[in-house]
Design a protein around this ligand. Structure first.
Ligand SMILES: [Zn+2]
Length: 384
């Protein structure tokens, strides 16, 4: 009986993860009726305040948010001319940003806030221009059939070049967010994950429901293929082009997917008002639903996987948290042990105390959140 009572006291809380797509456009206008990208759906140009809004959101929540960047407007050297299917201008491509100093300034905002902004890859032009006609989307067609490997590899190569000259001080992104949720997995070496892996990606965040699945995912919300870890994103609570969206999120699945325009104001100087509303809503919701706010996105992703896949079992003297399944999923993308810290709520009570036997305690917060580095995929507590 005592043991059961104690197991109830061990909880692996889920982290709040915020993913914001369609970041990086300068012209925000939806051009889809004119054979141009849908872009962010914002009816003005983006500006530096829009980057500050991302930083404000992340900083206020004390987390690192995932920003899915579209890169064509950062192509300072017009290299996308050589990749006519990647933009609406084809071979006549010329970057639509006339003053590169705005790129420099935005890059500098991002560079000073790297601990709050995780740069993810969302595409070059988001769509695909087949013989000059727009088709959804860049890497898969509207039925989620993968485009030619050769074409895809060229897009990744161009992305590497554009990012290198962007002024943003970052390695090639590790997180891939498929544009328009067009994706496929389950066909192993022949499939898209092989190309992602070859390009240097480690993680995919997308909605499994919308993807073409050649094989079902290994777990309901996660799968792994060619050493790429795929994570369920869930549905966006608000429409992609909803300007200044009222905060809305069920918190049932802790990944909040938003689009840039959702947290912005038509007058960019008022962005902070929209962001503040989201921050208050998310702080309150996270608290009510027992979600934790972690400062590092990779650690948040690890915690999400632990919270779903860790197995807690009782032993004669205490309990063991087995992280083997979770660790298999994380291996390859999380080599740094700091990122693999597990956060548990272990509430001791007067009758029964738990002591950590296997694993290294990093910290205990006031709220009783213990942060532990597992010992060979195992954490063990013994009762006093
Ligand atoms: Zn998008």
């Amino acid at each position: 009986m005592e043991v059961l009572k104690c197991i109830e006291k061990i909880l692996i809380p889920k982290p709040l993860i915020v993913v914001i797509e369609d970041v990086g456009w300068w012209n925000g206008r939806d051009g889809s009726l004119k054979n141009q990208p849908f872009r962010s759906g914002m009816s003005r140009n983006h500006d530096l305040n829009d980057y500050n809004a991302l930083v404000l959101l992340a900083k206020s929540l004390g987390i690192q948010i995932v920003c899915g960047f579209v890169w064509c407007d950062w192509d300072r050297n017009d290299i996308l001319k050589e990749l006519p299917c990647s933009t609406w201008m084809g071979k006549n491509w010329h970057v639509p940003v006339s003053d590169f100093s705005i790129l420099d300034k935005a890059a500098s905002i991002i560079n000073s806030n790297k601990n709050h902004i995780e740069i993810a890859f969302h595409g070059l032009g988001h769509e695909f221009w087949e013989n000059g006609r727009l088709a959804r989307s860049e890497f898969h067609d509207s039925e989620c059939n993968m485009r030619s490997s050769h074409e895809i590899e060229n897009h990744f190569r161009a992305a590497r070049e554009i990012i290198k000259t962007s002024g943003i001080d970052t390695d090639f992104p590790e997180i891939f967010i498929p544009p328009a949720l067009k994706h496929s997995f389950g066909n192993g070496e022949k499939g898209f994950q092989r190309l992602l892996k070859n390009a240097g990606f480690k993680i995919v965040i997308t909605s499994f429901d919308k993807a073409r699945k050649y094989k079902p995912p290994i777990f309901e919300k996660f799968t792994k293929e060619c050493k790429i870890t795929l994570i369920e994103r869930g549905a966006s609570p608000v429409k992609w082009n909803c300007l200044s969206a009222d905060p809305d999120f069920s918190f049932d699945w802790p990944v909040l997917s938003l689009h840039w325009t959702n947290i912005l104001h038509r007058n960019s100087e008022m962005n902070f008002k929209i962001v503040e509303k989201w921050v208050t809503f998310l702080q309150k919701g996270a608290e009510n639903k027992g979600l934790i706010l972690l400062p590092d996105i990779k650690n948040s992703i690890a915690q999400l996987i632990y919270s779903e896949l860790a197995e807690i079992s009782q032993t004669e003297k205490g309990l063991i948290i087995n992280l083997e399944k979770a660790d298999d999923l994380l291996s390859g993308c999380f080599d740094d042990p700091v990122k693999k810290i597990l956060h548990v709520l272990a509430e001791n009570n007067a009758d029964l105390s738990l002591y950590l036997k296997k694993g290294k305690l990093v910290s205990v917060s006031e709220s009783g959140l213990c942060s532990i580095v597992p010992d060979k995929k195992i954490i063990e507590f013994v009762f006093n």
